[in-house]
Design a protein around this ligand. Structure first.
Ligand SMILES: *[C@@H]1O[C@H](CO)[C@@H](O)[C@H](O)[C@H]1NC(C)=O
Ligand SMILES: *[C@@H]1O[C@H](CO)[C@@H](O)[C@H](O)[C@H]1NC(C)=O
Length: 248
């Protein structure tokens, strides 16, 4: 499940041509969906027309009727949770991953083949994350909105994985937990309400944020890495699928 702004077709195309194209991995079925809100600002109608066209072409867009903006990402995540709980009765796991990420689906599925099957969420788990009180911060939260000094443990939004029993429980919890716009923190709050802790991945290096320039063996071993551009993703993918040195 990839949240992405309506205008950002370039990122969607890069994902479709790389890790998003994988359908059968280690004998398991994998599906890709993009999560969109409504375009806003200038040329809204033209953009919406293009989105509908793209949807016809690829059949992988989920669009909901809220305005797509950074401050609405929690809405997007909860729309995703509702959709998963009502439309994916047969799926075992879901991953939410940002569109600027490299994803190794093989490593991901391999981890999940040995993972818990209930009440499970993993990724890069933040603990004792300080609540930022600086008004200029992208993640500013005033005391009136969230009085506690630190957040409960939560899996960073760049890429987290969870069992498919959780969406319904998280949607239910969200009726009792006051919304904050930081979507990963909000899921952490809902998880705390449920009494479920996010779990560290079985190996410390699987989920990575910025890793800088890396060789192909890095991308063979990890699950995620943040990238700078869609072109970088295309380049890494091409390199990975060429013959090259063996990795240990
Ligand atoms: C979404 O975000 C925009 C601007 O950030 C805001 O005006 C709007 O009310 C928000 N909510 C919904 C449901 O669209
Ligand atoms: C779930 O699996 C059952 C049994 O295999 C199948 O009949 C049904 O169509 C599946 N549902 C969806 C939404 O894929």
């Amino acid at each position: 499940m990839v949240p992405v702004a309506p205008y950002n077709r370039e990122a969607r195309e890069a994902v479709r041509r790389t890790w998003g194209s994988e359908r059968q991995v280690l004998g398991r079925e994998v599906r890709l969906f993009f999560l969109l809100g409504l375009p806003s600002g200038e040329e809204t109608e033209q953009l919406q027309e293009k989105v509908l066209q793209e949807s016809k072409e690829h059949q992988d867009l989920l669009q909901s009727d809220f305005i797509d903006s950074y401050k609405n990402l929690t809405i997007k995540t909860m729309v995703m949770m509702e959709w998963l709980s009502s439309r994916c009765p047969n799926a075992s796991y879901a991953m939410k991953i940002d569109s600027d990420m490299f994803l190794n689906v093989n490593t991901l599925v391999n981890m999940l083949l040995h993972a818990p099957t209930q009440n499970y969420m993993t990724g890069l788990v933040a603990r004792w994350g300080a609540v930022l009180r600086d008004r200029n911060s992208k993640w500013y939260l005033p005391k009136e909105v969230f009085p506690e000094p630190v957040y409960p443990p939560y899996a960073l939004g760049l890429g987290y994985v969870f069992t498919l029993d959780l969406p319904r429980k998280l949607v239910e919890a969200s009726r009792h937990v006051k919304a904050v716009y930081i979507e990963d923190v909000y899921l952490g709050l809902c998880m705390r309400h449920l009494g479920i802790r996010p779990t560290d991945p079985p190996s410390g290096n699987l989920f990575q944020g910025y890793a800088g320039a890396q060789d192909r063996c890095h991308y063979m071993a990890v699950i995620t890495t943040i990238l700078d551009t869609p072109q970088e993703l295309l380049d890494i993918w091409r390199n990975l699928h060429q013959p090259g040195p063996v990795c240990y």
